[in-house]
Write a protein that binds this ligand. Structure first.
Ligand SMILES: *Cc1c(COP(=O)(O)O)cnc(C)c1O
Length: 564
């Protein structure tokens, strides 16, 4: 009996994702997309949804971030022990890449939720003696290497993953593509359905795309052009020429380049963006497709500090499984809420001290900014006018925490990290400030619980959803954010948090608006009306917790997309 057997008969849905944040020790994720996939899996387990997850083993991880004395990011691999967490399954499939067979073995990780349901996660691995040396490394480094390496990874994930599910004996009815990376999965399904009437004329698709559309669900995540994978067709012909004729691929994936988003859009019968605003943006980017919105959510028990969990247990038993129950969190006692927050903040400040040696004060507010370090997230917006920032801090002191990795090839992101360290030196002695290295799931958990203010300054409409602000809200941490992504749906000014600028200003004067809001509203409230601040914390928990959670998100995917 194989450990996968208990899952074979009942599983109906396969969720394909390049990255997934299962636990901090498993370095199979880089950031928001992977954390969303992990929260999806946790909710599928909670709700006993019949889903199998398919991803890459990523034995070398994504990026272990260290900062050199000058403030530069050092890009190291981030290896982890696959065998400590997963078991190899007795199955092998091959995909022909560059004319050679590349063998793939799945490893099984079983994710079990507190009420004892579980979902299987298959981690695809090419580190096998059967494979030529360079092919063994295909599944090693998440988002590593060049375009050719990425295309090979996407062939292993999409084509190899589809074959493995068959080989293992799964009977899948619906395939969910998390972002465009696994889009070759849809092409692999297509190959199983030759067109019933042959093909009417030269240059037509010889497959039955409607059969595939019935089975595929595609969630697009990024309004940034660079976020959509596009591969040159000469690379594609060299690497994937054995898989499908290029002429056929061009009919479904774009004439000039193999566009993974286009491929997924053309072969999916249900397509969605990850917030209402993002779906609107995606409809403009891809006219002619029906694109719905399923706003993201976070896994509530994963991101709630235990001190708040104990409070929720009293007023809303079973809140972790049914986060809707958090609607009564506005009835919590002020002192209890403030004490739980103080505990979460002590934990955070202890971690800051441990990581950086910097001692911050529990009685001063902490503003946190933790994001992937990249241009559109604008981590430098807060530093647009240092004199102004100093003046605000002299009147109403605050402390500042920052964290985030830059993709190793994102030079702009690295310049931003460098800039933050430069500002930290300029502000030394005036604004207490620290940069916490290696932002990951474990650090995120501490940060989203222990800060006072969660700052978010993307350039609209680039933030598809954002999820860290939802995690903060569960812990009564107040969002101060540009109106973009999920925040447009959750924001009630002065109740659930605050806006920076107005909806619709593109760049506008967000720096000016940010300073004005901090100086005129947020910090004065913290210092002069603690009761109102705590009231807002409770409003944030009770209005955001019940809606922006992954149980609600997965119930919607199940009813609207999977059981369509
Ligand atoms: C939640 C999370 C993210 C996503 O945060 P955004 O709000 O989308 O920027 C990224 N990285 C980690 C480690 C997280 O936990």
């Amino acid at each position: 009996m194989s450990p996968i057997d208990p899952f074979l008969l009942r599983t109906r849905v396969a969720y394909f994702t390049m990255e997934i944040a299962l636990r901090p020790e498993m370095h199979t994720y880089s950031g928001g997309l992977g954390v969303l996939a992990g929260d999806t899996a946790r909710s599928c387990a909670d709700l006993a949804l019949p889903v199998v997850f398919v991803t890459l083993a990523s034995r070398e991880g994504y990026l272990r971030q260290q900062i050199d004395p000058d403030g530069g990011q050092i890009d190291d691999a981030d290896p982890w022990e696959l065998a400590d967490w997963a078991t190899p399954l007795d199955a092998l499939v091959a995909v022909r890449i560059e004319g050679r067979p590349v063998w793939i073995r799945p490893w099984l990780y079983i994710l079990t939720c507190p009420v004892d349901h579980s979902v299987p996660v298959l981690l695809l691995d090419t580190r096998l003696e059967h494979n030529a040396l360079p092919d063994r490394a295909i599944t090693d480094r998440l988002y590593g290497g060049d375009d050719a390496y990425r295309l090979k990874q996407e062939m292993v994930l999409g084509i190899g993953g589809e074959r493995l599910l068959h080989a293992l004996g799964f009977n899948i009815e619906t395939y969910h593509l998390n972002e465009g990376h696994p889009a070759l999965l849809a092409a692999a399904l297509l190959r199983r359905y030759p067109h019933p009437t042959g093909w009417p004329y030269d240059g037509a698709l010889r497959f039955d795309a409607d059969r595939v559309r019935e089975q595929c669900v595609f969630t697009t995540h990024t309004p940034v052009a660079a976020g959509h994978d596009r591969f040159a067709y000469d690379d594609t012909a060299r690497l994937a020429g054995d898989f499908m004729e290029i002429g056929q691929l061009k009919l479904i994936a774009g004439q000039d380049r193999l566009n993974m988003t286009r491929l997924a859009l053309n072969l999916s019968g249900y397509v969605n963006g990850v917030a209402i605003r993002h779906a609107e943006t995606a409809r403009q980017m891809f006219p002619g497709y029906s694109i719905r919105a399923v706003t993201n959510g976070v896994h509530v028990p994963t991101w709630t500090h235990p001190a708040f969990g104990r409070l929720f247990e009293v007023v809303a038993p079973d809140w972790g499984h049914d986060p809707e129950k958090l609607v009564v969190a506005d009835q919590l006692a002020d002192d209890d809420v403030w004490a739980a927050h103080a505990q979460a903040k002590r934990d955070l400040l202890a971690e800051v001290q441990r990581l950086t040696g910097i001692a911050m004060r529990p009685d001063l507010p902490v503003i946190a900014f933790a994001r992937r370090m990249t241009g559109y997230k604008r981590p430098d917006l807060l530093f647009a006018d240092l004199e102004r920032l100093r003046a605000i801090c002299r009147t109403r002191p605050f402390q500042l925490l920052m964290a985030g990795k830059a993709h190793p090839r994102d030079q702009g992101g690295k310049v931003l990290i460098h800039g933050i360290h430069h500002h930290m030196r300029q502000l030394q002695g005036e604004i207490p400030m620290a940069f916490l290295p290696n932002y990951d799931m474990a650090l995120a958990k501490i940060l989203v619980a222990g800060a006072d203010i969660w700052l978010n300054t993307p350039l609209p409409p680039m933030e598809a959803s954002g999820t860290s602000g939802m995690k903060a809200a569960l812990n009564g941490v107040l969002n101060l954010s540009v109106l973009d992504g999920w925040w447009i749906e959750a924001w009630i000014e002065g109740v659930t948090g605050w806006a920076i600028g107005r909806d619709g200003d593109q760049d506008g004067n967000h720096a000016r608006d940010l300073y004005a809001k901090l100086e005129g509203t947020v910090l004065p409230l913290y210092y002069t009306d603690r009761a109102r601040w705590i009231w807002m914390m409770k409003e944030t928990i009770s209005k955001i917790g019940p809606r922006f959670n992954s149980q609600r998100m997965m119930r919607r995917y199940a009813s609207e997309a999977y059981l369509r």
